[in-house]
Design a protein around this ligand. Structure first.
Ligand SMILES: Cc1cc2nc3c(=O)[nH]c(=O)nc-3n(C[C@H](O)[C@H](O)[C@H](O)COP(=O)(O)O)c2cc1C
Length: 163
């Protein structure tokens, strides 16, 4: 199964996490793509697609995702597997990692199987669009390099085991 990682990142944090997830999964750097630099059709090469975005503004997708996610939403991805991750700041307590929830909403109709739900314990935030069912965890891996960088490696290690 060929795995590709696609990320959008403004200050480099999500890019760094994408590389660390790649390393944990044994994915080659050439299969780690910045959505600002590749065409959405590149997704077609992969059976397992990992999508990552930071959250900006008031709970918005990182800006490079704009046209890219529109294109992904329109794709038929039956038979493929998708997992999601994102970077945010828990102190933005009402919109923490919202981008992960937005990407989920945009890909759930593509026919792909979405994997990688992640328990939100022991995070501390009021609300995230990445939590679809209260108490059921988030629909992907949520990373907070601003406040909790010390647990990032542990979270990545736990998450990749579930994929
Ligand atoms: C102006 C601004 C708005 C932000 N808005 C949010 C937000 O709504 N929710 C959140 O979880 N993080 C928010 N963040 C935090 C970023 O998502 C976080 O710093 C992230 O690690 C940046 O990743 P990147 O460098 O890959 O873009 C915001 C940061 C800034 C500077």
């Amino acid at each position: 199964m060929k795995t590709g990682i696609f990320y959008g990142s403004t200050t480099g944090t999500t890019a760094d996490i994408a590389s660390r997830i790649a390393k944990a999964l044994g994915v080659a750097e050439e299969d780690v793509h910045n959505v600002a630099e590749v065409r959405p059709s590149e997704l077609g090469k992969y059976d397992f697609i990992i999508l990552g975005s930071s959250t900006w503004g008031d709970g918005d997708l990182q800006e490079d995702w704009g046209d890219f996610i529109d294109a992904v939403e329109a794709m038929a991805l039956d038979g493929k597997k998708i997992a999601l991750f994102g970077c945010g700041d828990e102190s933005m307590t009402d919109t923490f990692c919202n981008a992960v929830g937005e990407i989920y909403d945009r890909v759930k109709g593509t026919g792909a199987t979405i994997v990688g739900a992640f328990n939100t314990f022991p995070y501390e935030f009021n609300h995230s669009a990445a939590v679809k069912v209260e108490g059921a965890g988030a629909v992907g891996l949520l990373i907070d390099e601003v406040n909790h960088a010390d647990v990032t490696d542990k979270r990545i290690a736990e998450w990749v085991k579930t994929l």
